[in-house]
Design a binder for this molecule. Structure first.
Ligand SMILES: Cc1ncc(COP(=O)(O)O)c(C=O)c1O
Length: 457
């Protein structure tokens, strides 16, 4: 501050800007006067939050992909452009706008929590037990589920508070929490997600550190996790909800169940949402989205919240946009009402399932013979999580990353998906996404990766 501003003296100060005199007779109490010095002023001092947000590693990766248009990017978590619902959106939007007065209403602001018809449909779709006490009052529509995660984090967390999560976990959520000055703490994970015993051990550890009152939430991606692709069995999710309730003493530990990939299931049956295990509805926060299952451009997500969080989340949302895009909400409500959503999801499943098979077959062909290389075999979602020998660092500072780009492919280094506290960061991991590329390019991308691994091993 010193040098950038000068304070008036003697308790009262004639208002001046630099050397230009204004009204020397107008006297203002000293504590209100900060006079900018035009020579020393800094052009822009980013806030602490802006500085933290700058560090998002994924933007750097995206820039590398854009700089190399020939690159086969298995990094971006985008959906397949070829299957976006162009026809459905064109037809339904044109029908919706057919009547002038209805069109005007849709082009107006809506209510902060969202369109009641859409909130009701989402509730019906997400909760198997059609509990008659359940009302859409607990559903809040947001601009994608990232906004919901952000609003929930803002409503729950103060600087220094802790969210427990899987190792690895969704990297954008790590950024959201860090941006609030709060902490993420990772818990050991096996091929069914967070290990309940390890979760209890982490909680005991945090008690010893005097940090238990700071634990505000456990974050899960129960369906086809990003980045690991892991599907958590219902019993595992149920145990985690029970642990959260049992360990909620003076402060409640919420379970944030991020269900972004629930619809992208390519085999097996759907399993109940974490909210089904929350008898009193006070613990589980569900985050959902139409981004992966319909279109990220429509940007409609939602939260199904404990009653006590609806007010705080809507208040935060009121400060940001006082309601998600109204026309898009009408569009989604109509798409659901006409049964077009379910049909579209079937098309997506068939398409992504082929791409997943292509990636797994290519991995079997090109990676299986490489020492110490392994990968998980998901049954849904958009990602395959792979490991290379511990001697290879997959990060941007390691040899493999640059070598893979030279060979023509890009992946997401797994180390971005680990919190700095809790479990050790596995630097020999990577996320391979099969959503965007064609089956042929997926095969080529994996073959390039195999060449790169061979070159640096
Ligand atoms: C696990 C997870 N949650 C939430 C989101 C956010 O999606 P959106 O904000 O588009 O709804 C994503 C997007 O990739 C994700 O992978």
């Amino acid at each position: 501050m010193q040098g950038a501003f000068s304070l008036g003296l003697n308790g009262v100060t004639p208002v001046q800007f630099g050397s230009r005199p204004t009204h020397p007779t107008k006297l203002i109490p000293r504590e209100y006067v900060l006079l900018p010095d035009p020579i020393a002023i800094s052009p822009y001092l980013p806030s602490r939050r802006a500085t933290l947000a700058e560090g998002q590693p994924i933007s750097e990766l995206m820039a590398r992909a854009l700089d190399n248009p020939g690159l086969i990017s298995l990094a971006a978590g985008f959906v397949d452009g070829q299957t976006l619902p162009v026809e459905i959106v064109r037809e339904v939007t044109s029908d919706l706008l057919g009547n002038d007065s209805e069109a005007r209403a849709m082009l107006q602001y809506g209510a902060t929590p969202g369109l009641p018809a859409l909130r009701r449909s989402i509730l019906e779709q997400c909760t198997a037990s059609n509990n008659s006490q359940e009302t859409h009052d607990r559903v809040v529509i947001t601009a994608g589920s990232n906004q919901l995660l952000h609003l929930v984090a803002e409503s729950l967390l103060d600087p220094g508070d802790i969210v427990l999560c899987a190792a690895p976990t969704y990297l954008v959520f790590l950024g959201t929490v860090a941006n609030l000055g709060a902490r993420t703490w990772s818990v050991a994970t096996d091929d069914e997600g967070i290990i309940p015993e390890a979760l209890e051990a982490s909680l005991h550890h945090l008690v010893e550190m005097g940090d238990l009152p700071r634990v505000k939430a456990i974050y899960l991606v129960p369906y086809f996790d990003n980045p690991s692709g892991i599907m958590m069995p219902a019993e595992r999710v149920q145990r985690i909800v029970e642990i959260a309730k049992r360990w909620s003493h003076r402060t409640r530990i919420h379970v944030i169940a991020d269900e972004a990939y629930r619809e992208l299931r390519y085999s097996g049956e759907d399993v109940p949402s974490a909210s089904e295990f929350d008898d009193d509805g006070e613990t589980v926060i569900v985050a959902g989205t139409f981004s992966k299952s319909f279109s990220p451009g429509v940007r409609i997500g939602w939260g199904i919240l404990p009653e006590h969080l609806v007010g705080p989340v809507c208040a935060q949302k009121g400060n940001i946009d006082f309601g998600s895009p109204n026309l898009n909400q009408h569009l989604m409500a109509e798409v659901l009402r006409r049964g077009l959503f379910a049909q579209h999801v079937e098309t997506l499943r068939a398409n992504y399932s082929r791409k997943l098979d292509a990636m797994l077959a290519a991995a079997d062909e090109h990676l299986a013979s490489l020492d110490g290389v392994s990968w998980l075999r998901p049954t849904g979602g958009l990602y395959v999580w792979a490991k290379v020998p511990p001697t290879i660092d997959t990060g941007p500072a390691g040899e493999l990353f640059d070598r893979s780009i030279e060979e023509g492919m890009l992946y997401v280094p797994g180390q971005y998906c680990y919190p700095s506290e809790g479990q050790p960061v596995a630097k020999n991991t990577m996320r391979l996404s099969f959503g965007v590329q064609s089956c042929e390019r997926i095969r080529e991308g994996i073959a390039s990766l195999a060449r790169a691994i061979r070159a640096v091993a």
